[in-house]
Structures are given as C-alpha cells and as structure tokens.
Design a protein. Structure first.
Length: 103
C-alpha cells in the first residue's frame, strides 16, 4: 500500500463502507426479525466507524504532502470520509428507531 492510497482512504474506503452498510441494511432485517439479534445495528455502526477511521487516516496524511493540490485532495478525502460516516450514523439511528419486523 502506497502513501497515495492511504491519503485517499476517505475517498475509497468510506463510500465502500457506506454502500456495504446500505446493502446489508436491506438484507439483515429479515434475519434480525426471526432471530432477535441486532446484526443490522452492529454492521451499520461498524461501517460508520470504518468510514470515520478512513477520514481520520486521510487527515493524518496532510503533513506528508508537498504540493498544494495534494493537500487539497487530502482535505477533500478527509471531509468525504467524515460525510459518509455521518450518513452511516444516521442510517444506524434509523435502525435503532424502527423495528426490523415492520414490513
């Protein structure tokens, strides 16, 4: 893994975690209703932590860049990661408020 890949973690990992969380949010409620487990909530908040971690990882790389363009892209990756983490947290809040057995 190169530094460029780490620098753009907020642009790569965060949207992937959000998309996976969205897909699992469509599949897992059926299992949660029948078993009573809270897998949907766990997956959603794990994806939010992963997206926030990717944004933080991008933020840590701002001191390792030389050009202004690379630094700006580091900021874009950071705020993208945090935005996707916020969206995933809102999805997690919805899974806490709604019962998985409501079809």
């Amino acid at each position: 893994m190169t530094w460029a890949m780490v620098r753009y973690a907020g642009l790569i990992i965060a949207p992937t975690a959000w998309a996976a969380s969205t897909q699992f949010g469509q599949i897992l409620p059926y299992g949660d209703c029948s078993s009573g487990a809270g897998l949907t909530v766990f997956v959603t908040f794990a994806a939010a932590a992963l997206a926030a971690g990717a944004g933080f990882l991008s933020w840590q790389q701002k001191n390792h860049v030389i050009s202004r363009t690379q630094r700006a892209m580091t900021y874009v990756a950071t705020f993208s990661g945090l935005s996707f983490a916020f969206a995933t947290i809102l999805q997690g809040a919805a899974t806490l408020l709604l019962s998985p057995c409501l079809h």
